[in-house]
Design a protein around this ligand. Structure first.
Ligand SMILES: NC(=O)C1=CN([C@@H]2O[C@H](COP(=O)(O)OP(=O)(O)OC[C@H]3O[C@@H](n4cnc5c(N)ncnc54)[C@H](OP(=O)(O)O)[C@@H]3O)[C@@H](O)[C@H]2O)C=CC1
Ligand SMILES: CC(C)(CO)C(=O)C(=O)O
Length: 327
């Protein structure tokens, strides 16, 4: 594919960062987002920064008109999971049949939702391994390290999506990687309930025990279901709960790379709760609880975290302690 046109379908934190780096590298990129994004970028331009000092500016086209999908060779789906159905409908109506549709979302069901609405099209899963926060005034900041992984297929998708600052790998078996990411995403809700930054939460053993308990339940459920899990982390998936349960002094020494995050970094679920939006807790904890039910496994910590986030979505500002969630 020579100079393909890339449309980011749902440009928020991830979409603007990825689209911004691609545009800065000279790719033809259109950001399909809401009116606020168009106004922000018109007023301030688009700036992508990261924890390592990367700083690029870009000037991609920004639109809130789904008709821009008609120009896509590649569609990067970057909406939250609850909006996938609606975005799939817009892609079906507007995008050319031959456009490759790539989900860069968390959760393990978005690709199925897209494929059901887009029969006969090349729809691929993906996984974004880093955290991005929107800082306002057209600024999007990557606050952790990590790569993008996309499903292997025809063409040279990974190469097309690579740019300075953006490492993209193509793999066979993206489903296992997405399940592994879901295990990590169980942290999103804990981070929101803790009220702390990711860095500070990781230094509290009680919150790490909640993270570990959820992950152990999740890994057990996938094992019982006979589903492979490839956790995108430096340590093997089975070892992460064990590392998280260590006393803080030892954890600091053994898990030093986990603590290399911006001091203010928070997971994407925090942004949803702050903005009063529906979160992806049903796609993360809900997935584990449902699959546990099918295979006769108890998942009490994931279930309690779901209740806690449900209350927060409903506007109840109860303060949860790790002990509330573990017992
Ligand atoms: N942020 C992060 O660090 C990471 C996020 N992810 C995953 O990536 C996905 C996207 O997350 P994130 O970027 O944080 O989400 P955001 O909410 O920041 O961005 C999605 C944007 O898409 C907009 N949108 C939704 N529907 C439409 C539509 N029909 N037309 C135009 N715009 C639309 C949303 O607007 P509105 O809110 O008004 O609907 C929102 O601005 C999620 O699955 C998330 O879990 C993965 C790795 C890291
Ligand atoms: C923080 C991270 C990278 C993992 O939980 C994430 O995926 C998110 O914020 O949604």
């Amino acid at each position: 594919m020579t100079q393909p046109r890339i449309v980011v379908a749902g440009a928020g934190a991830v979409g603007c960062f990825v689209g911004g780096l691609l545009a800065a590298a000279g790719r033809e990129v259109v950001l399909l987002g809401r009116g606020w994004l168009r106004d922000e970028v018109a007023a301030h331009g688009l700036t992508c920064t990261d924890f390592s000092g990367l700083a690029v500016t870009a000037a991609p086209e920004v639109s809130d008109d789904p008709a821009v999908l008609a120009r896509a060779d590649i569609v990067l789906v970057c909406v939250k999971s609850g909006a996938t159905g609606e975005m799939a409908r817009l892609i079906a109506e507007q995008a050319p049949m031959q456009a490759v549709v790539v989900s860069l979302q968390n959760g393990v069901r978005n690709v199925d939702v897209l494929r059901r609405a887009l029969p006969g099209r090349d729809v691929r899963g993906g996984m974004v391994g880093f955290n991005v926060v929107g800082l306002g005034e057209g600024r999007f900041h990557r606050s952790t390290s990590g790569e993008i992984v996309v499903a292997f297929g025809d063409g040279d998708l990974a190469e097309t999506l690579e740019a300075p600052g953006l490492v993209v790998e193509e793999v066979v078996g993206i489903e296992a990687v997405q399940r592994g990411k879901l295990i990590l995403n169980l942290t999103n809700a804990v981070n929101a309930l803790s009220g702390l930054s990711l860095h500070d939460m990781l230094l509290v053993r009680g919150w790490r025990r909640v993270m570990a308990a959820q992950m152990s339940e999740g890994l057990a459920v996938f094992r019982a279901a006979g589903l492979e899990v490839a956790v995108p982390a430096k340590a093997p998936g089975w070892a992460i709960p064990w590392i998280l349960r260590l006393p803080t002094g030892l954890f600091r020494r053994i898990a030093a790379p986990m603590l290399v995050v911006d001091p203010q970094a928070r997971t994407s679920m925090v942004a949803d709760l702050t903005a009063g939006r529906r979160t992806e807790v049903d796609e993360f904890q809900g997935e584990i609880v449902r699959l546990g039910g099918v295979h006769g496994l108890e998942t009490p910590v994931n279930a309690r975290v779901m209740i806690a986030i449900g209350e927060a979505e409903g506007g109840r500002n109860r303060v949860w302690t790790p002990e509330d969630l573990l017992t």
